[in-house]
Design a protein around this ligand. Structure first.
Ligand code: ADP
Length: 414
């Protein structure tokens, strides 16, 4: 039997089928062409991805789960037809909405952000369109509805930024009192089977009618699941343009001034934060080819002790909260490889301080770090980071969100 995970990311969508051993059996990709008619495009992507999979696998699919981008939301009527274009993860509401947020939700709550799902609900209230809506759904909820036909269902990863209380597994009183509370989805654990695929979809795609459609997750949590990290103290550092840390902890930690919050993760908590340092600063000075060549010249056993703070522009939130933090990139040694070593060491120091900050706030001590993103392939950096972090560091065997969502479909979260 097989399990299908589908990732809806920022530039395209992707499907991965795994077997009982989590071995990949098939995959398909779809690139979004433009930003018009988003929901039509999502529907087309979903159907094309499924159709591109081998029929022999489709006939034996046991479960399907879908992840979307966090805080990408839409309003639907009573039969699930979208009433507006969705508001994407990146959409930021106005200052007026931010002021409303502070009146309604507790200070320091994760919804207190211009792009949170709850801020988007307030935006639609302001626009007057909400009175026609029967359902407020996340991208992943709506896509799953296309397969199981159930409206008003979500998961606690997508619902975190809507204001769902993931500690007590209920909506909080301030949200229950909100005038449009009735259109919010019922929330389940990610990867919970909700219903069998509809007869129409089963016939259309030759999928077994017994196939269960599960609740989904968000793209970044799906990528975390893909890494294989699943024990307390295991973490994934993503070194792409910026530096993002995620650590599995026995208790939740939150510190909004540092942008730190926690997702529920079965019986554990997935906590983390994001720094403005990262690969984009390296790219300011070196091409990827130069990064590769210069790294080979670095002797990681001889630290430079150059104490940089690599940033593109002033301002940092995590691990230090200082909107005026200046980039520090001098003194620059004559040798380019030494300069690069200083940059790599400094980013490793910031990563270490990030994990220290999480632990200071009560997170489980760090035991092992997987690495994702463009920086993961640099072996010298891995050695440097091991010296700073004092735990084993290795590349994530897989960073594909669709693969993580296929694992979620197979195993759930607990
Ligand atoms: P994103 O998706 O966040 O834009 P990627 O995960 O694609 O980023 O990673 C791109 C980053 O990886 C670039 O900013 C680049 O500086 C960094 N990078 C690429 N190759 C190397 C390397 N060999 N060593 C260190 N960093 C690298």
């Amino acid at each position: 039997m097989f399990y299908l995970g589908i990732d809806f990311g920022t530039s395209g969508a992707r499907a991965v089928v795994i077997d009982e051993n989590q071995t990949i059996q098939a995959q398909s990709d779809y690139s979004f062409s433009n930003n018009d008619h988003q929901t039509q495009q999502w529907r087309k992507a979903l159907f094309t991805l499924i159709n591109d999979l081998p029929i022999a696998l489709r006939e034996n699919l046991l479960k399907i789960a879908i992840n979307g981008t966090s805080s990408t939301v839409l309003l639907c009527d009573e039969i699930g037809t979208p009433l507006t274009e969705p508001l994407l993860y990146s959409y930021r509401t106005s200052q007026e909405i931010i002021n409303r947020l502070t009146q309604i939700a507790p200070a320091d709550h994760v919804v207190q952000s211009a792009s949170s799902s709850f801020a988007k609900l307030l935006y639609w209230e302001q626009e007057g369109i909400i009175s026609q809506a029967h359902y407020f759904l996340h991208q992943a909820d709506w896509l799953a509805f296309l397969l199981h036909g159930q409206l008003g269902i979500s998961d606690y990863h997508n619902a975190l930024k809507l204001g769902y209380d993931v500690e007590n597994l209920c909506y909080p009183p301030w949200l229950k009192q909100h005038p449009n509370f009735s259109i919010l989805p019922q929330v389940f654990s990610p990867g919970t089977p909700i219903a069998s695929i509809t007869n129409e979809m089963a016939a259309r795609f030759k999928i077994t009618p017994q196939c269960q459609i599960c609740t989904g997750t968000t793209d970044s949590i799906a990528a975390f699941i893909a890494s294989g990290a699943n024990q307390l103290g295991e973490a994934v550092t993503s070194i792409g343009s910026t530096l993002a840390l995620k650590l599995l902890s026995s208790s939740p930690v939150q510190a909004s001034e540092y942008g730190i919050y926690s997702h529920r993760f079965g019986n554990f908590w997935l906590t983390g934060g994001a720094s403005n340092t990262g690969g984009q600063v390296l790219r300011q000075f070196f091409s990827d080819k130069q990064l590769k060549e210069l790294s080979l010249k670095i002797d990681y056993t001889q630290p430079t002790n150059l104490d940089y703070y690599p940033l593109l522009e002033p301002g940092e939130r995590f691990p230090i909260n200082n909107p005026n933090q200046l980039p520090k990139l001098s003194p620059r040694p004559d040798d380019d490889f030494k300069f690069l070593q200083g940059l790599l060491e400094s980013i490793a120091r910031i990563e270490t301080q990030g994990y220290e900050k999480l632990q200071e706030l009560g997170a489980t001590p760090l035991r092992k770090v997987y690495t994702a993103g463009g920086g993961a392939k640099n072996e010298v950096w891995q050695k440097i980071r091991e010296q700073f972090l004092k735990v084993p560091v290795k590349p994530s065997p897989n960073t594909d969100a669709a693969y993580g969502t296929a694992i979620l479909a197979r195993s759930g979260l607990s």
